[in-house]
Each structure stands twice: as structure tokens, then as C-alpha cells.
Design a protein around this ligand. Structure first.
Ligand code: ADP
Ligand code: ADP
Length: 230
């Protein structure tokens, strides 16, 4: 059964429709790309599925929980404990080192400082940026910053990571490094990824692709067989 399920999602900003009846399931541990042209509704879909934005109509269900009707405080708790979120820029705290940035979600969840730092260190290592652990975001390259941001999104062991154009500002080598690290880390920990992109190079890393056009699902491409083959 799906981990996260959207049905009949509709959302408009004033008179501008962004989503017009989208159905989408996310399976446990799968890497799903949401593609489509600029303005097709990708970010809005991600924001609705992550419980950041409420749809005008339709449902978003995570386990037994209806995200679309849940109050802001409980949605924010759920995002903190079950989801990881990465955007194109700027989710790291500029004043903190990479290590302290990655440790922060654990500290906020009550983990001891030494355990949080040890865990953060292991995640930086997984993403190939342990050598940058004492650097602040402004002192790292764009690719290193995004790898640290992904480490931070994964450090709490979420069930789903939502990533909105996480490589949008990177060159193709850095893009490949970021996506390779993400693919390995999520496969190892069985974390689902919902990745929004308009780039075919990025979507190629996904097991499944849903393509939006004008706020509706225009195509669904399984690019690999379902994991339950055996
Ligand atoms: P994408 O991520 O595919 O570029 P978006 O979900 O950002 O698509 O946008 C879908 C449509 O909704 C576009 O027409 C966009 O201009 C509009 N839109 C998105 N966010 C807002 C907003 N906060 N206010 C007004 N219109 C918005
Ligand atoms: P993305 O590539 O993530 O869609 P955008 O540049 O389209 O990024 O949007 C960045 C932010 O601006 C988002 O929060 C989005 O909701 C908002 N936004 C997008 N389109 C509009 C719009 N037409 N009017 C107001 N806000 C918008």
C-alpha cells in the first residue's frame, strides 16, 4: 500500500489554477520524479503532499492521517518527524557549520549534543562532505551545500524526502554527485524521495516519473520495474 497518497488535488492562487485534479501515490522507499514545464504545478503538488500548503479540494493521506484537514501545528510536527525537505537554496543556517547544521534537527528533537554530532558526522560522510564539516554554508560550493542540506533532511530518518529542484543551481558534475549520493542514501535507508525537476538529466535518476501539464497528470512513466518483483 502507498506511503503517501494524493487524490483529486485542486489548488488555485486567486484565479490562477495550479492543480486541477491530481491523483498520485508515493510507495515506500521509491524514488519518484515530478516533472513538467515551469508553471505546470510541480511545486504546488510537492507543497500539498508535504503538508506545507492545503489544497482547495482533494485529500492527502499519510498512513492513517489526513494531511489536508490537519491543523498547522500537527502538520508541522509531522513534517519534522516523518518528512525531510530540501529546496534549491538556503535551508542551512548561515552562521552554523555544516556539522552543526546537520546536527540541529536532532538537537531540536531532544538528542544529546554528542550523539547528534556523531550522527551528523556519519551523514556528512555518506554525502561525501565530511571534510567540509567545519565550514559554513557560505564557504562551501553549491554542490557541497546541497549535499549538506540533504544530510540534514535525512538525519532524522524520515519516511519521505521532498526535494524541489535541489540541483537547479548546480552544474552537471555537481548535479550528478548530489543525485548519486541521494540515490545511495535513500536506497540504503529505504527512504522515499519525491523530487521536483524540469531537467531530464535529473529525472533519469528516478524509478518512476510523473509528468504534469497545466496542473494535471499528463504521463506516468515507470522507468524501472516495481521493487516487489520477487
Ligand atoms: P512549477 O513548480 O511547475 O513551476 P508552480 O506550482 O510553482 O509550478 O505554479 C503553478 C501555477 O501557479 C503557475 O501558474 C504559477 O505562476 C502559479 N503560482 C504558484 N505559486 C503561486 C503563488 N504563491 N501566488 C500566485 N500564483 C502562484
Ligand atoms: P519553482 O521553480 O519552485 O516553481 P517559482 O520561481 O515558480 O519556483 O516560485 C517561487 C515561489 O514564488 C514559490 O513560493 C511560489 O509559490 C511563488 N510563486 C510562483 N509563481 C507565483 C506568482 N505568479 N505569483 C506569486 N507567487 C508566485
Amino acid at each position: 500500500s502507498p506511503l503517501l497518497s494524493a487524490a483529486g488535488l485542486t489548488k488555485a492562487y486567486g484565479k490562477t489554477p495550479a492543480l486541477r485534479g491530481v491523483d498520485l501515490d508515493v510507495r515506500p522507499g521509491e524514488f519518484l520524479a515530478v516533472t513538467g514545464a515551469s508553471g505546470s504545478g510541480k511545486s504546488t503538488l510537492l507543497h500539498c503532499m508535504a503538508g506545507i500548503v492545503r489544497p482547495d479540494e482533494g485529500t492527502v493521506t499519510y498512513g492513517d492521517t489526513r494531511l489536508d484537514t490537519l491543523g498547522e501545528e500537527r502538520r508541522s510536527d509531522l513534517r519534522r518527524t516523518e518528512f525531510g525537505i530540501v529546496f534549491q537554496f538556503g535551508q542551512l543556517v548561515p552562521e552554523l557549520t555544516a556539522l552543526d547544521n546537520v546536527a540541529l534537527p536532532l538537537l531540536l528533537a531532544g538528542t544529546s549534543r554528542s550523539a547528534a554530532r556523531a550522527e551528523a558526522d556519519a551523514w556528512l560522510e555518506r554525502f561525501g562532505v565530511r571534510g567540509q564539516r567545519e565550514l559554513r554554508p557560505g564557504e562551501m560550493s553549491g554542490g557541497q551545500t546541497q549535499r549538506a542540506a540533504l544530510a540534514r533532511a535525512l538525519v532524522t530518518q524520515p519516511k519521505v524526502v521532498f526535494a524541489d529542484e535541489p540541483t537547479g543551481a548546480l552544474d552537471s558534475l555537481a548535479t550528478e554527485q548530489v543525485l548519486t549520493s541521494l540515490t545511495h542514501a535513500c536506497r540504503e535507508t529505504h527512504t522515499a524521495v519525491v523530487l521536483v525537476t524540469h531537467e531530464a538529466q535529473v529525472a533519469a535518476y528516478a524509478e518512476r516519473e510523473v509528468c504534469l501539464r497545466d496542473g494535471t497528470v499528463h504521463g506516468l512513466h515507470p522507468t524501472a520495474p516495481p521493487a516487489s518483483a520477487e
